[in-house]
Write a protein that binds this ligand. Structure first.
Ligand code: TYM
Length: 354
């Protein structure tokens, strides 16, 4: 009977470095929730010692087609997202930043993992249930989506998967799939851990603080702060954010105060200040107007430079961007292909004729 490798064994399996893997969809525009819940953690991990961590960040275009996409928009959004990630601080020389569909191993590995995944595991996924409810007809890809995500992670022997709160269940499913495959076919995969930030893991909509800020709703005015929004738009959205009829500026679990709690959480995540420090910062405030003004200022300070750097990268013929896309694809394939070969061998496929 096979067993899961322990952390030291898996560390050496990945050449002594902790592997970090995460992904993001090029559907809709990047928003502050994506940045505070996920991207900022990726940049922090990348900036740690390069002999200790090795990062992989994937623009998951195959995931984006689980819901119908306009091909021209998908192409544009994929390029824009790649540029925005660089603008946020992902350095394509240090992090393997790549587009999922460029590495064919992801789709092939998905099929192999699907065959080892019980249907009931997929039917239980919260995001599937929510998204399926919104659709008139549900594509099979929407159901099998988390197995593609598992393939993404497992092909790279990732130890850690930094994500926002909403992706935790998918990473847990990935662990189950890895363990099951290891059990059925022998030790093949590292079993990864989800890593959720303490602050900013679930940023809520400005127009409705009971629903998470999301790309699919971000077209609605006043729902999200997009990383491409001009300063005036950011200020307007935050100024209009839904709050309550009181005037107390404090963190709270009370659903009535969810709007203020969300604004304070954004402030805490952006400034890196503790909850007590944040509340103290607003002890003399004269109501929610002051809170919103200050939150807008700190958000503009982080989003402004990101927006401008991305616009610079997207100007002209994209030659530099295309070079980086190709570099990422080559580096990612160099890791994913041998892993796929190992999966094929474990499953008993004849070696492919050359
Ligand atoms: P996606 O594209 O929906 O979101 C990208 C990342 O942003 C986080 N996030 C948030 N964090 C805080 N507050 C919010 N309101 C908020 N909205 C989104 C998400 O948790 C996520 O970390 N299935 C994934 C992409 C994926 C992936 C992977 C992730 C594909 N393969 C492998 C990790 C590993 C998704 O749709 O994320």
């Amino acid at each position: 009977m096979s067993r899961s490798p322990n952390q030291d064994e898996t560390r050496s399996a990945a050449h002594g470095r902790r592997r970090i893997f995460s992904g993001i969809q090029p559907s809709g525009s990047l928003h502050l929730g994506n940045y505070l819940g996920a991207i900022r953690q990726w940049v922090r991990r990348q900036d740690e010692r390069s002999d200790e961590v090795e990062s992989f960040i994937c623009v998951v275009d195959l995931h984006a087609i689980t819901l119908p996409q306009d091909p021209e928009s998908l192409r544009r959004q994929t390029r824009e997202l790649f540029a925005l990630l660089i603008a946020c601080g992902i350095d394509p020389e240090r992090t393997t930043l790549f587009v999922q569909s460029h590495v064919r191993a992801h789709t092939e590995a998905t099929w192999m993992l699907l065959c080892a995944t019980p249907l009931g595991w997929l039917e239980r996924m919260t995001q599937y249930k929510v998204k399926a409810q919104r659709q008139e007809s549900v594509g099979a890809g929407l159901l099998t989506y988390p197995v593609l995500q598992a393939a993404d992670i497992l092909l790279y022997d990732a130890h850690e998967v930094p994500v926002g709160e909403d992706q935790k269940q998918h990473v847990e499913l990935c662990r189950d799939v890895a363990q099951r495959f290891n059990h059925l076919y022998g030790e093949t995969f590292v079993v990864p851990e989800p890593v959720i930030p303490q602050v900013g893991a679930r940023i809520m909509g400005l127009d409705d603080p009971s629903a998470k800020m999301s790309k699919s709703d971000s077209a609605a005015r006043g729902h999200a702060v997009l990383l491409t929004d001009p300063d005036a738009e950011i200020e307007r959205a935050i100024k209009r954010a839904v709050t309550d009829s009181g005037n107390e500026i404090r963190f709270s679990d009370d659903p009535e105060k969810a709007g203020v709690d969300n604004l304070l959480s954004i402030y805490a995540a952006v400034t890196g200040r503790s909850r007590a420090e944040c509340e103290a910062d607003f002890a003399d405030a004269r109501g929610y107007g002051d809170l919103k003004k200050r939150v807008a200022e700190v958000v503009v300070d982080v989003v402004g430079p990101i927006r401008e750097r991305a616009a610079e990268l997207l100007r002209g013929d994209h030659r530099e961007l295309d070079r980086l896309v190709a570099l990422g694809a080559e580096r990612a394939a160099a890791i994913a292909e041998p892993k796929l070969a190992q999966m094929r061998e474990r499953l008993g496929f004849l070696p492919a004729p050359r």
